[in-house]
Design a protein around this ligand. Structure first.
Ligand code: NAD
Length: 250
């Protein structure tokens, strides 16, 4: 593993045939959305049981106010940061083929990326646990507690993946496709411990992709599979890579 070799990383990115980015909560930290773990992490303030599907089903009126506070109030106000924007630019320039994100904050789409695979769903929609109908959060009285389906009166659940729920089938299929198609895999701001998402970079590596990792701290991947580890904040590292990318010719 090479550390902070920006020139090699920029060359790999520029010359990649199929570059995929795999992102976690760390890329949105500088947009003001706390990560799960770490000093400022969500789990220092909230009990993870709130996001357990069985707990949610049995105690929706207890879970909802905390989920709204944890995610919706913060995510509503958050704007994409420089790291999101550079990934948006790279997709427009044809450098980046897809983003597989574990995040549920919509910031990649707000930054202009079109090919975003939401491995853990999103906060934009609510799904009825009774009739299966989906509603945009904006079209529903979100002040209710719990939030109820206007069609059948069933319980509406935020359309992100709770602990104990399966990964959406289409997102899983698309993620595997891009992971196996990649010759360069950019892993940004993730601890690498949430299964099964965390397995994807290992599959990319097994299939011959070079792994470039950006994180403020070493992760589960760093010593095991990372080829180039760029240590620092996602905004600063991507900015540096982007500047090098425009300097390095083909
Ligand atoms: P995590 O909270 O477990 O870890 C965050 C990682 O980001 C850590 O490795 C940390 O060192 C790194 N990091 C922190 N600040 C950074 C920065 N400025 N630049 C680069 N790296 C930085 O997050 P995770 O591994 O992505 O997994 C947790 C789960 O949490 C995911 O499934 C995700 O759905 C969910 N989550 C999402 C959001 C969101 O949508 N923004 C926020 C919190 C949690």
């Amino acid at each position: 593993m090479k550390k902070n070799d920006f020139e090699s990383a920029a060359r790999l990115i520029k010359n990649a045939k199929h570059l995929t980015a795999f992102t976690g909560a760390g890329i949105s930290a500088e947009s003001g959305i706390p990560t799960f773990r770490g000093k400022e992490g969500i789990w220092n303030k909230y009990d993870p049981i709130i996001l357990d599907i069985d707990y949610f089903k049995s105690n929706p009126e207890k879970a909802y106010p905390l989920i709204k506070e944890m995610f919706y109030e913060i995510i509503d106000k958050a704007q994409p940061n420089k790291a999101h924007k550079i990934l948006g630019q790279w997709e427009r320039e044809g450098i980046l083929k897809a983003i597989i994100t574990q995040n549920i904050d919509n910031l990649h789409q707000k930054a202009g990326n079109k090919n975003v695979i939401e491995f853990h769903g999103n906060t934009r929609d609510l799904v009825c646990m009774n009739c299966g109908e989906k509603f945009s959060v904006n079209s529903i009285d979100f002040e209710q507690n719990p939030v109820i389906c206007p069609k059948c009166g069933g319980l509406l659940k935020p359309d992100f993946v709770f602990f104990g729920e399966p990964i959406p089938a289409d997102a899983y299929k698309q993620s595997v496709f891009h992971t196996l198609a990649s010759d360069v895999y950019l892993v940004i701001g993730t601890t690498g411990i949430i299964m099964p998402a965390s397995l994807l970079p290992y599959e990319a590596k097994k299939n011959g992709a070079k792994i470039i990792e950006i994180n403020t701290e070493p992760s589960e991947y760093t010593e095991k599979i990372t080829d180039i580890f760029l240590q620092g904040k996602a905004t600063e590292i991507l900015d540096k890579l982007n500047n090098l990318n425009s300097l390095i010719g083909y």
